[in-house]
Design a protein around this ligand. Sequence first.
Ligand SMILES: [Zn+2]
Length: 357
Amino acid sequence: MADFSIGVDLGGTNLRIAAVDEHGVLLEKVTLGTQVALGRDRVIHDMCEAIRHLAHKYEGSGALQGIGIGVPGIIDMKTGTLRESPNLPGWAESPVRTQIEQMLGTRVILENDANAAAFGENWLGAARNVDDMAMLTLGTGVGGGIVFGRAIWHGMTGMAGEFGHITVEPEGVQCKCGNRGCLEQYASATAVVRMAREAIEQHIAPGLSHAASANPEFSAKAVYNLAIQGDEEAKKIFRRVGHALGIVIADLVNALNLPMYVVGGGVSSAWEAFSPAIFDELRKRSMVYAATAPPSVPGEEQGASAQVEPGGPTRTIVTRALLGSDAGLYGAARLPMVADEMVSHSYPAGAKMRKII
Ligand SMILES: [Zn+2]
């Protein structure tokens, strides 16, 4: 018998719901399309149906600890309101937590999706052996999360860790957030495709041009496939991704001096193509990194050195995530298991878990 909880990863494309036990064993995962076009009420209805199904199915195997939901966007933790979500049009300023709690009749913990991913990697993934870490998630956008002492660092209102909107080019590409030159404009899947299209328009990228005309759904993955085949323009795009990431990670290393920075999200599967540029920037831009870098070959996969060091960590490890697209799902499921003991005023207190309706 092991207690369990239900984690939800609410994306702009997929809605994934999983029952996970307290030891991190995945009991069952359900993937639904997010019917964004049908509106918020429909998505929340479908989500609650799937949660109920899993809750009732596994209630014989242990006690349900609660529901954790990772949501893309900026959340006001105190009110459980989704303030702003580019991937969920029509959800801005909506009291998502209250709505779901009323439908289920039980406590729900809402968390930013990148924070949830960081929490998942800290629980079961690349950062499981460290207490403090930061994560960058490279997907449609770029998200970030900070974990201190195995608890998510929320900042004042739950909005900490927006690494995707750190400036890497002062007069760079316009970002949806209002700023110019945000990391997100150079290191997201959207950015990879944009940079590829820019190269095509300049008539300097025959390989990319051919791939784009052959496939109407030209994606970051297609650009990566060309890069690993040796296409120079495609390789250059991933070097730009790495340089932008390296600038931001160097800033984070200087500001936070954490033992580990994890890079995850869909674009991180191109790690080999962009990580050498990250390490170039780190060595160039961060004296803290220079003083704490692990003694491995620059640009190499550094996950192997992410072991427990006696007396605590002393090296700065920058590595790729291990849990793939499930990081946020595991992290969301973990939230209700530890919410009461987390040093955080950001979760609703005193609302005891009740049996789901
Ligand atoms: Zn921005």
